[in-house]
Design a protein around this ligand. Sequence first.
Ligand code: PLP
Length: 402
Amino acid sequence: MSETAPGSDGRTPADQPSSEGIGTRAIHGTERGPDRSGPVVAPIVQSATFFGGRGEDPGRLLYSRYGNNPAQAALGEKLAVVCGAEAALPMASGMGAMAMTLLSLVEVEGHIVASRHLYGATRKLLESEFPRRGIRTTFIEPDSRESWLRALERSTAALLLELPTNPLLRVFDPRPAADVAREAGLPLVADVTFASPVNLRAHDLGITLAVNSATKYLGGHSDLIAGLVSGPAERIEAVRGMMKLYGPSIDPHAAFLLDRGVKTLEVRMQRHNENALALARWLEDQPGVAGVSYPGLESHPEHALASEILDGFGGMLGIHLSGGGEAADRFGDALSLAMLAPSLGGVETLISQPRHTSHIGLTPAERADLGFPDGFVRVSVGIETLDDLRADFASALAAAGP
Ligand code: PLP
């Protein structure tokens, strides 16, 4: 499909209050002026269905699986503004958003070119599930325009990138991929969960469809499962078409929590960014730490690029413990403030080991090949008081041993 329709680059249309900051948009959405009616806080719309059904335009029928009940629709409009996109569709999970997005683009016998640095479940979707539906994927090292170009086939229907990557925090430049995609008339899909719309203006960098696990930073409190895709209205409607068939629309209560969470997104991200940078710098000098993966450190392979394209380096970091997997287990057990749990992006600090969680399906050699051998601990740095976090990590490092 070619990218010729107005607004098809996924940017905010001209009639949006585009001069407003993301903090304002995340609170007020598109509502303006003294004549706003209704409650200050958007209610939970706990109704499956709505009056209608006399043969009117089927597009106007409200039904919560269609994602068009008043709360779902208002949330989608607000999130579009927050993401700087023409449209956005909240869904039941990040994986739901990713699967529906890709299925809206690729048909049987279709082909995807994807970065090989992907969240474990996304990789499994492409590697094991989509082939059952006749969809193939070529995985590439997404570090140059040539890598993307070389992998294109006649049946290629989408390019897929993740940035920063889970769990190594690699930052690959989306612009070469976006150029290749545009020249080939293809969409570039990117999972930007780790950055959130605060740290990365995905659509300004040429990403056609930006996917977020809203379970993470957008929700921000580890109390909901949700996903989001933003981009050109026409493409979002195609994703909605898939969602209506497969069914992963957002639940009313999750929609309420997501709307509430996103109001504090900017201020939370600022604190995540500050805490993680300070903790990463401190960790680099600690005994037993062989290295720290964090885009804000000069030792990070893409630090210069990250400084250029990110507005903050994010709350995620990786610790490489020199004592290997056993030291990592001891480290996790000794933490008292940070919790061992397989998610990220909430206000509380969480740690996990990909070998036990997101990348459990890979062999140790495959994980090492991706850059995180056993001994790697992923940290989702929360917004606690920094001194308390440092103290907790110091005693856990002492317990982990050299
Ligand atoms: N993308 C990334 C980068 C993730 O880390 C995750 C979950 O950890 C997902 C997508 C999937 O999100 P969800 O659990 O909301 O389906």
